[in-house]
Design a protein around this ligand. Structure first.
Ligand SMILES: Nc1ncnc2c1ncn2[C@@H]1O[C@H](COP(=O)(O)OP(=O)(O)OP(=O)(O)O)[C@@H](O)[C@H]1O
Length: 468
């Protein structure tokens, strides 16, 4: 069974199948459930009483939602007790070796995980510890709330000692957060490993949720960035999209019920107005109007020596930036640059460029590395996955065109008898018809009815929906 739990009634009759498989319309919860993990440990058996009005037998959207909420709350409750369970997870360390690592949500365990993931970078380790503890603390806090609201625990000796053990572990985690909502700023020059810390936090959190049989999805830790490009690079979404910064809050009200951490990357792009808006929207979405950012731990990542907001006042402007100045309560700075491990001198030079500027000799040294100059690197030595920075979109498009032309030469034959490779999308110009609909301009493929290109106000999103 997928979830690792079975739901049985008091007499041991099977009640509920595959809790985590949300689509099952026949999800049913009985009263006085006995929740038995699939592991062979009788210690893990607990009794939960569910409020009668939440028991559903069939499947309207609304009802299913209530059932899912109930089961989620139970899962949280299970999580409290599952702490005693030693869960060993396989992870890959920095040298690529596979090792077994127990993930159990205690402070000692978080530190052990940090030691293994960041070797000798103390700044990364400490930042990881602070952020991860904030996540765990929020998870436990919400679990306990759910447990108090919906469930009653056995008060026998064994259960009591288990709860005491959990309380001790939980207290240590809370102490590590300083008993407050984390509103942190993770700073450091480009390459010091900010994204790496966030990725490792997500990895730990995901493994912990798996171990505790708590759902981990894209709303458990909401990873966002101020710009689209940065959002893609951290596998997240834009802050504006996640928190409805440019529209009215709608579906979001339900989505963030089980959010335990929010990350906002490239914070140097945010203006004071952006930050105020984010604060207000998060309060609204999380339904906590009196708590900053809706009461959820939040970490802003970035480097104020990088880009500043377009047309707005930067956050570090102390006279106006009340939300930033007054709310941020933990400052974490990473100081070791890992991006230039293979060329430390180059890294040192760029570090100096960021902090104090360069001498003319240093500028001359950089100029010796300009591609295409007589003594500089040759064009053929540019790696195929190099990232280009250009000043204008025209330059960007010229580079993309050239890369595409090179790709065609390498992968396509000029002879029409030889088919192009499988990944090729063939568009015959004669089959396209150009349409203008309002502000949208698009090409429609006559034979299939597919839109090939939807262009509006300068943006082009490529193939989109089928025209009926
Ligand atoms: N402790 C570490 N050990 C080895 N490599 C690391 C470590 N931390 C980070 N790295 C590597 O260093 C590179 C830069 O890290 P990362 O992208 O996280 O930096 P960043 O601070 O987020 O940079 P930017 O501000 O440019 O986004 C990555 O290739 C990452 O895998």
């Amino acid at each position: 069974m997928e979830s690792g739990y079975e739901f049985r009634d008091k007499d041991g009759h099977f009640q509920c199948q595959s809790i985590l498989t949300r689509c099952h319309g026949s999800l049913m919860c009985g009263k006085n459930l006995v929740v038995c993990p699939n592991v062979s440990s009788s210690e893990q058996v607990i009794v939960i009483e569910t409020p009668g009005e939440q028991i559903m037998t069939e499947t309207s959207e609304n009802e299913r939602d209530i059932v899912m909420r109930t089961t989620n709350e139970m899962l949280h409750t299970c999580a409290l007790n599952a702490l005693a369970l030693k869960v060993v997870k396989r992870i890959i360390d920095k040298n690529g070796n596979t090792i077994d690592m127990e993930v159990n949500g205690t402070l000692e365990n978080v530190r052990q995980f940090a030691d293994m993931s960041f070797s000798d970078d103390v700044y990364q380790k400490k930042s990881f510890e602070i952020i991860t503890c904030a996540f765990i603390n929020q998870l436990y806090k919400q679990s306990e709330q759910c447990a108090e609201e919906t469930c009653k625990f056995h008060t026998d000796k064994q259960s009591t000692s288990k709860r005491r053990r959990f309380s001790n572990a939980r207290d240590k985690i809370e102490l590590a957060t300083g008993h407050k909502q984390l509103i942190g700023f993770l700073s450091g020059a480009g390459g010091t490993g900010k994204s790496h810390v966030i990725r490792t936090v997500c990895l730990y959190a995901q493994k912990l949720c798996q171990a505790l049989h708590v759902v981990f999805d894209k709303r458990t830790i909401v990873v966002t960035a101020l710009t689209g490009a940065a959002a893609v690079s951290i596998n997240g979404e834009t802050t504006a999209k996640a928190f409805a910064l440019k529209r009215k809050v709608q579906d979001e009200l339900d989505e963030f019920r089980n959010t335990y951490l929010v990350v906002v990357d490239e914070i140097s792009f945010a203006s004071i107005e952006d930050m105020e808006l984010l604060n207000e929207k998060m309060k609204e979405i999380l339904d906590k109007p009196l708590q900053p950012f809706g009461g959820v731990p939040i970490v802003f990542c970035g480097d104020f020596a990088q880009h500043s907001p377009v047309g707005g006042i930067p956050l570090y402007n102390e006279d106006n930036g009340v939300v930033w100045r007054d709310f941020v309560n933990v400052f974490m700075e990473l100081k070791n640059n890992h991006r230039f491990n293979g060329d430390p001198n180059w890294g040192k030079l760029l570090g100096k460029f960021r902090d104090i500027g360069l001498t003319t000799d240093e500028v001359a040294l950089i100029n010796t590395r300009v591609v295409g100059t007589p003594n500089g690197p040759k064009e053929r030595s540019i790696p195929f996955d190099a990232v280009y920075a250009t000043k204008t979109n025209i330059d960007r498009m010229a580079i993309n065109d050239a890369i595409f032309a090179k790709h065609l030469v390498q992968t396509h034959f000029k002879v029409p008898e030889i088919d192009p490779p499988m990944h090729t999308l063939c568009i015959k110009a004669g089959n396209l018809r150009f349409h203008v609909r309002g502000t949208r301009r698009e090409y429609r493929l006559i034979s299939t009815g597919y839109n090939l290109c939807c262009c509006g106000r300068g943006s082009c999103e490529g193939p989109t929906q089928k025209i009926p």
